[in-house]
Design a protein around this ligand. Structure first.
Ligand SMILES: Nc1nc2c(c(=O)[nH]1)N[C@@H](CN(C=O)c1ccc(C(=O)N[C@@H](CCC(=O)O)C(=O)O)cc1)CN2
Length: 284
């Protein structure tokens, strides 16, 4: 068996085409859409992601606002950038690129974001909405994963899903999202304290690997026909390496590769969050 490709790159391009039309429609009604980013330091991966986010904005007609701060920026400087974006009417949504350099209090920065402009859904108010199953912006990677599964008709309702990684941007939020009544999956959240990881992945209909451990998930850990989504990002010898070993393709029913799977969907969902917020404010 060779797995069907969950092609996030092509799917994200389709989503951007749809969003472009919606941004144009908003502009015709006098509603501007602007995405801000706050990037601190010189991590090459973070720079690449932020550059791609602004390139996506240009493609769909969203205005870009960009704060690039040096690696030695103080907590006050980062919070000042956040305060400026909160007060800038041209910015309808924004993100603080994570991780922040060591020494900065990430949580304190995220708490300063105006929840109404929180394009990443990572402000505690919006994470609380997710826990309470209330409407609000959703973290981009989990939202992108659910959208990718839906567009490729991977059955989610009633599925056993094993998520590897408990971080807030992916694993923990994805668990909350997939267990909502609308998704109705059963989720096992694995992490570094999990004793027998293979026992949990082998029983899963869907495996989401977001541990950041290159090649962690191998063919022997996957149930034949399962969907396997690679969200892990590591650099090995300067090259991007995912969490899923190449041999998994011979066992799985679907594979979201890395690159080309969930990453582009993360970016597309960021734009979607900004456009949805602008549409909601235009309706109000
Ligand atoms: N504020 C946030 N920070 C981070 C998030 C996030 O959702 N919000 N997620 C990750 C990084 N991330 C988004 O910022 C991200 C990851 C991957 C991609 C992507 O398009 N990847 C490409 C390959 C890119 C490459 O070659 O390096 C792919 O998978 O095909 C976009 C965004 C951590 N930080």
């Amino acid at each position: 068996m060779t797995a069907q490709l969950l092609d996030g790159k092509a799917t994200a391009a389709e989503i951007r085409t749809d969003l472009k039309g919606r941004v144009e429609a908003l502009r015709e009604r006098g509603v501007g859409v602007g995405l801000g980013t706050v990037l601190v330091g010189d991590d090459p991966g973070s720079h690449a992601y932020v550059n791609m986010k602004h390139r996506d904005c240009a493609e769909v007609g969203i205005e870009s606002l960009r704060y690039d701060l040096p690696a030695d920026a103080s907590q006050d400087e980062v919070e000042r950038a956040v305060a400026e974006l909160n007060g800038n009417p041209a910015c309808t949504g924004y993100i603080v690129q994570l991780p922040l350099p060591k020494g900065l209090d990430e949580q304190r920065v995220l708490e300063r974001i105006d929840p109404a402009k929180d394009a990443d859904g990572l402000h505690p108010t919006n994470l609380g909405r997710l826990v309470l199953m209330q409407p609000g912006p959703l973290p981009c990677t989990p939202k992108g994963i659910v959208e990718l599964l839906r567009r490729f008709d991977v059955p989610v309702a009633g599925a056993e899903v094993t998520v590897v990684g408990r971080g807030i941007t992916v694993g923990r939020s994805l668990g909350l999202l997939l267990t909502r009544r609308t998704e109705n999956a059963t989720v096992t959240l694995c992490h570094t304290g999990t004793r027998n990881l293979a026992a949990h992945t082998r029983k899963a209909d869907i495996v989401v690997a977001a541990a950041g451990v290159p090649g962690l998930i191998t063919a022997g850990m996957v149930k034949p026909g399962a969907a396997v989504l690679d969200v892990g990002v590591s650099r090995v010898d300067g090259k991007l390496a995912g969490d899923v070993a190449a041999d998994v393709r011979e066992v799985a029913g679907w594979v979201a590769p890395n690159p080309g799977g969930v990453g582009p969907m993360t970016r597309a969902m960021l734009l979607a969050n900004v456009v949805e917020a602008a549409e909601a404010s235009a309706r109000a």
